[in-house]
Structures are given as C-alpha cells and as structure tokens.
Design a protein around this ligand. Structure first.
Ligand code: HEC
Length: 276
C-alpha cells in the first residue's frame, strides 16, 4: 500500500518535472544548416563556465559579475566560413551584427555568453523593468576592437554565423561606383555597426526596434541638417516622450567626422530607394 502511494506521488510530480525542463530558456547557435540549442542549466554547468567581472558593462553601465562561457568554446567544432559575421538576435527585436574575429577570441578581446541563474536573477536594466537575461553577450578587453554598445546584445535568443549584411541585403549597399574612401561608403560600415541593430535600411535587415531609415522616406528628406545632427547626438534634445528608445550616439562612439559619414550614407541612400 505504502509503495502504491509513493508511486502515485511520483507520478503526480512527473508532469511538473517535465514542465520545468521545457520552460528553461535555451540559446540557439547556428551556422548554415547546423543548429544547436543549449538550455540554461547546460550552459551554467558547462566545463568552460567561469565567474567574470566586467568593469564597464554596456547595458548596466556599471561594474557587473557574471557566470559566463567564452563564445569561442561554444562555437568550437563548427566550420566557420571565411568572411562571415556573427549575428546576435534578441527577443526584443534587436539584431546585433558582430565582427567574428574578435568574437571568437582571435585578438585581445574575448566575447562571452553571460547566463542569468534562475535562482539568482540579475537586476533590472537602467530605465527598464526587465533584466539583461537570460543570456547576454559580454566582452572582456574589447577596447579599440570596434566593439560598441550595439555589440553587447542582451535578452539574447540566438547567435548565428552568417554572411555579412551587404551580401545578404544588397539594397543597403552604396553605389558600386563610389571610391573606397567616399564618405557614404565609410558611412555604410558605420551604419551596420551602430544603427542596423535597431533600424532596417531600404527594406534590408531584420531589426524591428526602430523605423526603416529609407522607406518610405529617408530622415535626410524631412530633418533640417542641424536638427538631424542634434537628434543623433541627443534625441531628447529634438523630441522627447517617455517611451523614447533611440539612444544618444556619443562622440567617444562615433566622432564628428564619422557622424558626417553616416549622414552622407543616409543622403546617398535617399537616391537609391528600393521599389516596394
Ligand atoms: C537601440 C536601438 C537603436 C539604435 C542602436 C539606433 N536607433 Fe535610431 N531609433 C531607434 C528608435 C526606437 C527610434 C524611434 C524613435 C524612438 O523610439 O526613440 C529611432 C529613431 C531614429 C531616427 C528618427 C526617425 C524619425 O523619423 O523620427 C533617426 C534619424 C535615427 N533613429 C537614426 C539612427 C542612426 C543613424 C543610428 C546609428 C548611428 C541609430 N538611429 C541607432 C532605435 C535605435
């Protein structure tokens, strides 16, 4: 009789156990057709997981400590195509384009996936009511490697090795006739690095945080030039409302000359509008 009670109790527990397993968040790693998904407990218990300290955390804007696994370890054993980019997709529509070499630790910088433990949740992000978890791409020694805040995607759902953006979406590219040092061409690179995570361009891209910056109109067509510069440096100085999400682009991230290149790119793209 006792035995039967025990069995019944175990059976009652089973659905709960199964549920706990399926609701654990998973991180998807993808290269071409190869797709692996890793659940949070497996990442936390990964042999290469370690405690790290981030001095200047891009999302929390203060020092943070995490349990994290180096990205290079997670992608070990995958065949990485030459010239590829890393794309990090977040659950909030943010899609980061990340240079692959520093991400895979082929330099002084190191990218790691930080994992939020279920029993010790991270604090809410500044100005938000959610944390950066369950997964967050963080960097060690990223200075001078062209890694800005847009390369620190949080609420991460997947990391994929893909072709570079202009190969996947030719409609974001400047005219082939522009010389290599043309401001608009330099601006295209800056756009992919700093803006493409939130904005589509000319119908290209996957971000869904902010508006497409060429369709149906391009901001250089309806912003006064001075107002556009001011807006990019400090959006709230031009328009302000509580749900505003466009981040200020500070000089340490994009110099005045680079801002000029970005605007040259936007202007150039106004003349290359995709038909839709
Ligand atoms: C973190 C996401 C994010 C990033 C990164 C970002 N933006 Fe935005 N941007 C937005 C959102 C969202 C809006 C819509 C207004 C708002 O909610 O603040 C916006 C609005 C704009 C607008 C105004 C469009 C209009 O019609 O009002 C311009 C211009 C713009 N962004 C340009 C840029 C450029 C150029 C970059 C890169 C240097 C950039 N943004 C980077 C999220 C972003």
């Amino acid at each position: 009789m006792k035995f039967a009670v025990l069995i019944a109790a175990l059976l009652a527990l089973l659905p709960g156990l199964a549920q706990a397993q399926t609701t654990e968040p998973t991180l998807i790693l993808q290269i071409g057709e190869r797709r692996v998904s890793i659940a949070r407990p497996a990442l936390l218990g990964h042999p290469a997981a370690r405690e790290i300290e981030i001095a200047a955390d891009a999302a929390y804007r203060r020092p943070m400590r995490y349990r994290a696994v180096p990205l290079a370890v997670l992608f070990a054993g995958f065949a990485i195509p030459a010239g590829a980019t890393l794309e990090g997709k977040a659950t909030d529509g943010f899609v980061a384009q990340i240079p692959l070499k520093p991400a895979l630790g082929q330099g002084s910088a190191q990218a790691l996936v930080a994992i939020e433990p279920a029993d010790a949740p991270w604090p809410a992000l500044p100005g938000k009511n959610v944390s950066a978890g369950p997964f967050y791409l963080v960097w060690l020694n990223e200075n001078s490697q062209g890694i800005g805040p847009e390369q620190w995607p949080y609420m991460l759902a997947s990391l994929s090795v893909v072709q570079p953006p202009a190969a996947r979406w030719p409609q974001i590219a400047v005219a082939a006739t522009l010389p290599p040092a043309a401001p608009a061409r330099l601006g295209q690179e800056l756009f992919v690095q700093h803006c493409f995570a939130c904005h589509r361009m000319n119908g290209g891209g996957e971000a869904s945080v902010g508006p497409d910056l060429n369709l149906p109109m391009n901001p250089t067509e309806y912003f006064q030039p001075q107002a556009l510069r001011r807006y990019l440096r400090d959006p709230a100085a031009v328009r302000s409302w509580p749900e505003q999400k466009m981040p200020p682009i500070p000089r340490e991230q994009v110099s005045d000359a680079e801002l000029g290149h970005l605007i040259a790119y936007l202007q150039h793209m106004a003349g290359r509008r995709a038909k839709n």
